[in-house]
Design a protein around this ligand. Sequence first.
Ligand code: ADP
Ligand code: ADP
Length: 228
Amino acid sequence: GAIIFKDVHFAYDPQRPILKGVSFEVPAGKTVAVVGPSGAGKSTISRLLYRFYDIQQGSITIDGQDVRDVTQKSLRSAIGMVPQDTVLFNDTIAYNIRYGRPSASDAEIRQAAEVAQIGHFIHDLPDGFQTKVGERGLKLSGGEKQRVAIARTVLKAPPILILDEATSALDTTTEQEIQTALDVVSKNRTTLVIAHRLSTVVGADEIIVLKGGEIAERGTHTALLEKK
Ligand code: ADP
Ligand code: ADP
């Protein structure tokens, strides 16, 4: 699933362009990161990929197919997203991981949980997984919620992955642990990473710096650091 943005122009409000001719490619199986200041249009790029909005000019293709010619349903099944903030159901962790995949087996859920490093959450629970998220209540940390989102994505195994500031809300130790899980999930998958800071996207094949609606710089992490 290669993603190609070609001369993409987009505005929510015609008076205020958000993307002014943005072109980049995420080759199949590679990882490209979009970084830039808050409000630069990074999340907009992921919404456009889902075709939540239509662009005014240019094209967005996945595997050579214009997203305008793909149904919302197949876009959603092709793309997996680890969002900034995961909202969980007041039910078991297993239920939350299973969400959207009712036919997933217990073994598959367990395996997904292990990749996301939350295997211990469901591990020692007998049949009806007795730990409810609600009982742990809001004590579930941002990192733990993030791992549930990762486990969902592991289960879904989509060809395309969007990581939207997936580690931004975490402390450094948790961030490193989550990063390890994300590296496993994104390996050999076409991955678009949306990030605030350059330091969180060291491993990307290409980094695109978005500023004022345009690509200000692009290159590997090392190349971009050398320019500074
Ligand atoms: P980033 O992810 O880089 O922080 P966004 O893509 O979320 O930036 O937003 C880019 C700009 O578009 C911001 O100025 C934001 O206020 C504006 N914006 C985002 N969503 C909408 C919307 N639904 N309607 C109008 N403006 C929006
Ligand atoms: P699934 O395809 O896993 O059954 P959905 O159809 O609910 O699940 O959602 C498909 C993908 O779209 C999921 O990865 C989900 O995170 C993402 N998604 C759903 N709503 C939004 C949204 N408002 N903004 C960004 N991503 C979304």
